[in-house]
Design a binder for this molecule. Structure first.
Ligand code: SF4
Length: 272
């Protein structure tokens, strides 16, 4: 590896970490590295980044998010459908990372492309990232995300078994709902992701997400629990976990919706 300025090396390391983290979240269990590459990585870098200095790099610049060299690592495992899908999902995430198609790019810290299994039974989709997601670059990791994790486990799955994402990939300021224009600008990414993931069923969480996907004015309270079709995939609209945190009594109907999802998948449906 040629000597690089410290900031450039930090950006390179950040990019590699982000990309590897995305691969992990996409369900990939390993990345094979060529011995020569490992040897290069083991060498000290001129102006080497030292722990604690990463914060000096602007967190969301195009330079930082440029496709890292790890995207082209030699000696990758033989292509399988899931692997190819994971790679294509990574490529989408890299495009999202430098996207400026709507105004949300101006206030985001990190983009949140979504994460999970590359061939999931279920794809959960919400409206957009919140503060925790914006900070970590991962979907549904705040309080609402913790509740979603419990819901997924109650269904007999782990988070890693499903795919979790949002319609908009950048956090709307002050947690406001994304506008219809912002959702329309971002929706092509989700459609591409759905095309690769090919989930058997989708769960659309919250009034805004239902509006963004189905362009309907029907209130979520009326439409939830009713099967819809998005991109040819059976989709169950239900309340958003954040709504459930404010209205715990609504958990009962959401559980009914999730049980309908299990039934649709031919999975065991818990009693109660
Ligand atoms: S929300 Fe979507 S369309 Fe808007 S800047 Fe972010 S990635 Fe691009």
């Amino acid at each position: 590896m040629a000597p690089a300025p410290r900031a450039q090396a930090a950006a390179l390391v950040d990019g590699m970490i982000d990309h590897l983290q995305h691969l992990k979240e996409s369900g990939q269990k390993s990345v094979r590295l060529d011995p020569d590459v490992l040897g290069q990585l083991a060498k000290p870098i001129a102006g080497q980044v030292i722990p604690g200095e990463r914060a000096a790099v602007p967190p969301q610049t195009a330079e930082r998010r440029a496709p890292p060299p790890s995207a082209k690592l030699p000696g990758k495992p033989a292509a399988s459908a899931a692997h190819a899908s994971g790679t294509a999902l990574g490529a989408i995430a890299e495009r999202i990372a430098v996207c400026t198609a709507c105004g949300l790019c101006q206030t985001r810290t990190r983009t949140v492309p979504g994460q999970g299994a590359t061939r999931p039974d279920i794809l959960f989709v919400g409206e957009g990232p919140g503060a925790d997601e914006d900070a970590q670059g991962l979907a549904f990791v705040g309080r609402a995300g913790q509740l979603l994790t419990k819901m997924i486990k109650a269904m007999g799955y782990e988070r890693e078994d499903v795919w979790i994402g949002n319609i908009v990939k950048c956090r709307p300021p002050n947690n406001r709902a994304p506008s219809l224009e912002e959702m329309a600008a971002c929706l092509p990414y989700l459609k591409e992701q759905i095309g690769l993931l090919q989930p058997r069923v989708m769960v659309c969480m919250g009034a805004t997400a239902v509006k963004g996907l189905f362009e309907t004015a029907t209130p979520i309270s009326k439409i939830r629990g009713t099967w819809l079709s998005f991109e040819g995939i059976d989709t169950m609209p239900t309340f958003h976990p954040a709504y459930l945190l404010r209205n715990p009594s609504a958990k009962r109907v959401v559980w009914q919706d999730l049980k309908a999802v299990l039934e649709k998948l031919g999975k065991p449906v818990p009693q109660g």
